[in-house]
Design a binder for this molecule. Structure first.
Ligand code: GDP
Ligand code: MN
Length: 348
């Protein structure tokens, strides 16, 4: 199997040193959460899961970002729960709002049409600003600049299993740039012209496309059409330098000018996913089978029983989404030519 080389073992054995309380040198990494003050009670549950299952041993930093000021209540509660250094940042106006080339009347008409079609978040302005921010700006925030790796955490998520090794060092040692737990098919009405824009970008910037990329995971006809597969970005463990790269910043700027964040409802998940799949060689994208995770309504529950027992998982294996029909992860295994965990067929 992939990712079980010698270096991977180093990140895993390093846990012992942490448990013994010896001086532990962390990777250059942080958790990052975008939230509003009113998200506090959904967020405390996520934080408890992350601390109990992982961070109580490692004490990584946590950066909170908001388009508004965080209030004292939010800061007091979050900082009391987190075992690492906590930082709070306010997003600058340029990163949360309409760029000047966007026709706001046209955007409003689209929202009304999407409201009538009952497209999820179709009528929301703030959701669009959020998706554009997560696509183009989270990694540019002042508080994020000094870090190399991040783990994105949202309100109301569950970690179902212990994460019993330093995942950031694991990313570093295996030279992974993007890690995911869930992947699925996107709702096409939110991104009808995204793939056309991607194809235009590829024509303009062929130099950004990696050899040995994951195009086969995105497309069944070698790039003519998009099969809608994307990594679910509410969970990401990644390398910030990838988002800061020329390839990605060119890509985001191009998409931003296409207008689809406002004239459609492009999500940061397909945008991140298409970039990771095309600009990275495929061996830099890692699937965390062992991180038991839930974000409504999907679960990643480690496929093999031995892993679930070892990691003290609380998930019902029947709920594992990974091998089900709407998951794009089986396709990822095929493109990667990876062997599936031995018990996968019990959950399909
Ligand atoms: P969903 O998972 O797609 O249903 O979207 P969420 O409601 O979970 O939002 C995604 C992330 O963005 C979460 O971390 C939210 O806390 C955050 N978020 C969403 N809208 C806003 C907003 O208007 N302001 C701020 N500061 N955070 C937001
Ligand atoms: Mn969410």
């Amino acid at each position: 199997a992939k990712g079980e080389g010698k270096q991977a073992a180093d990140a895993k054995t390093a846990t012992a040193a942490v448990d013994e309380g010896k001086d532990y040198v962390r990777a250059n990494a942080t958790f990052v959460t975008l939230a509003r003050n009113q998200d506090i009670w959904s967020l405390v549950k996520s934080i408890r899961h992350v601390e109990d299952r992982f961070n109580r041993k490692y004490h990584y930093d946590w950066v909170f970002l908001n388009d508004d000021d965080f209030d004292d209540n939010f800061k007091e509660i979050t900082s009391s729960l987190i075992s690492g250094t906590v930082k709070y940042g306010k997003i600058p106006k340029e990163h949360w709002g309409y760029p000047d080339w966007i026709d706001q009347e046209k955007a409003a008409e689209v929202r009304e049409q999407m409201r009538q079609k009952q497209i999820i978040y179709g009528d929301s302005v703030s959701y669009r600003h959020m998706c554009r921010f997560e696509s183009g700006f989270f990694f540019q925030q002042e508080l994020m600049k000094s870090y190399k790796y991040y783990w994105r955490v949202e309100p109301d998520i569950v970690l179902h299993c212990d994460v019993d090794y330093d995942v950031f060092k694991y990313m570093e040692q295996n030279a992974y740039d993007y890690g995911f737990t869930l992947s699925l098919y996107e709702y096409i009405d939110t991104i009808p012209t995204l793939w056309n824009s991607v194809k235009k970008f590829i024509k303009e910037h062929p130099e950004h496309i990696a050899d040995n990329n994951l195009m086969k995971w995105l497309s069944d006809d070698n790039g003519i059409t998009y099969n809608k597969c994307h990594f679910w970005s509410n969970f990401e463990i990644g390398n910030l330098d990838f988002w800061r790269s020329k390839a990605y910043t060119d890509f985001f700027d191009f998409l931003d000018h296409e207008g689809g964040f406002f004239y459609e409802r492009w999500g940061d998940a397909p945008v991140h996913s298409i970039a990771a799949a095309l600009f990275l060689p495929k061996e830099k994208v890692h699937f965390f089978d062992d991180i038991g995770y839930w974000h409504v309504p999907f679960t990643n529950c480690p496929t093999n029983k031995a892993d679930r027992l070892k990691l003290q998982c609380s998930c019902n294996p029947i709920d594992n989404f990974i091998w089900k029909g709407y998951s794009c992860t089986p396709r990822y295994f095929d493109v990667m030519e990876m062997k599936r965990p031995s018990e996968w067929h019990q959950q399909s």
